[in-house]
Design a protein around this ligand. Structure first.
Ligand code: ZN
Length: 362
């Protein structure tokens, strides 16, 4: 017995030793297969293809299995082909999610002009396209930065939130988050009205302490993550969550844990909230207050034999839950994955480096 140790005390097993590893070699197979083919029922997601590719490529990157050179270049060229080149010098840019609307494949031009009135950039697709270019360490010189800065200004609405796409898109916390990630990645946060955006988030804080997608709605862990990450990127987190709001929010987030996390009271535990709740707690500096062993035990129960994570135990994996489960694991200090930036939901440092900004398209 060591000097000073209580009689009968048993040395605690190191925390990492009681957490068994995940089968990430199977996840490599899962993501790689999804890069080639997806189940037929996912055809309706074609307009969001850039996001589906993000889940696969960033997932492979997080588990140290980057794309081979030829496939990497193919994805980079495909992404640039989705960029909107405005028809005028004052036009708005952005990225489409796929070529579903009929835009031509012109990667060398950095994209193509709108082919019709409904062809324009979408904030969520722009976020995932830029994040992918960052993950792939692409040459950023084809990015139309001025057109993206105009996109940020054009998409912010009177409420302080952002609209997904011009001409009638949705406006809520999700697109405020996407705008903040885009602004962060292209060093354009000064093109976001931070005061108005912060006031919008504050109006979405509910009586429970969580944050809703829009004012007057129920608090939800997904919108809470978008809000907390947005505030962190805007530099207004402390101000927005003053006067006890931060403590109430952390309490609400911790109450989401049963084994894994749920997204709101009286709902089932679900793999994706490993990231939505975990990422919020990480940004707030409170992740260690959650129970990692319980969470990882739940994630082991949703890890599929074919690779990836399912939403619930015994279910089939899908690209979103596979990635969000992995991101939920990567938030913790694990040897199995790269470190994850909780604000950006990928392994990037949060923005392109200064040297890369110089390479952004003028
Ligand atoms: Zn889910």
């Amino acid at each position: 017995m060591a000097e000073g140790e209580e009689p009968g005390a048993v040395a605690a097993e190191p925390r990492s030793a009681v957490l068994k590893p995940f089968h990430f070699e199977r996840h490599v197979t899962y993501y790689s297969r999804n890069m080639q083919m997806l189940p037929g029922f996912m055809a309706s997601l074609d307009t969001n293809r850039a996001t589906l590719v993000f889940f696969c490529v960033s997932g492979l990157d997080l588990i140290h299995a980057p794309l081979q050179a030829e496939q990497r270049q193919h994805v980079i060229d495909w992404l640039y082909s989705l960029q909107v080149i405005p028809s005028s010098s004052e036009g708005v840019g952005g990225f489409r999610g796929s070529s579903h609307i009929g835009n031509p494949f012109c990667p060398d031009n950095g994209g193509s002009a709108p082919v019709c009135a409904y062809d324009g950039g979408h904030l969520a697709m722009t976020y995932t396209a830029l994040a992918l270019l960052g993950v792939l360490k692409a040459d950023l010189s084809r990015i139309q930065r001025p057109a993206l800065l105009r996109m940020l200004r054009a998409h912010q609405v009177a409420s302080g939130s952002f609209v997904s796409n011009l001409g009638g898109g949705e406006e809520d916390m999700r697109f405020l988050y996407c705008a903040c990630t885009v602004a962060t990645m292209i060093k354009g946060l000064d093109h976001v009205d931070a005061a108005s955006a912060t006031a919008f988030v504050q109006r979405c804080i509910t009586h429970e302490g969580g944050i809703a997608q829009e004012p007057g709605l129920e608090a939800h862990a997904g919108s809470t993550y978008c809000a907390v990450a947005s505030l962190a990127m805007l530099g207004t987190l402390d101000e927005a969550l003053a006067d006890g709001r931060r403590e109430r929010l952390i309490e609400w987030l911790l109450q989401r844990q049963e084994t894994g996390f749920n997204g709101r009271p009286n709902k089932l535990v679900d793999t994706c909230y490993s990231f939505w709740v975990g990422g919020s707690l990480a940004i707030l500096g409170a992740l260690q207050m959650a129970d990692q062993e319980q969470l990882f035990a739940y994630l082991h129960s949703t890890e599929s034999d074919m690779g990836g994570f399912a939403k619930h135990p015994g279910g089939y994996p899908d690209p979103l839950h596979a990635y969000m489960g992995l991101a939920g694991v990567a938030l913790w200090d694990t040897d199995q994955t790269k470190a994850l930036n909780p604000c950006m939901c990928d392994q990037q440092l949060g923005s392109v480096q200064e040297s890369d900004v110089l390479a952004l398209g003028a």
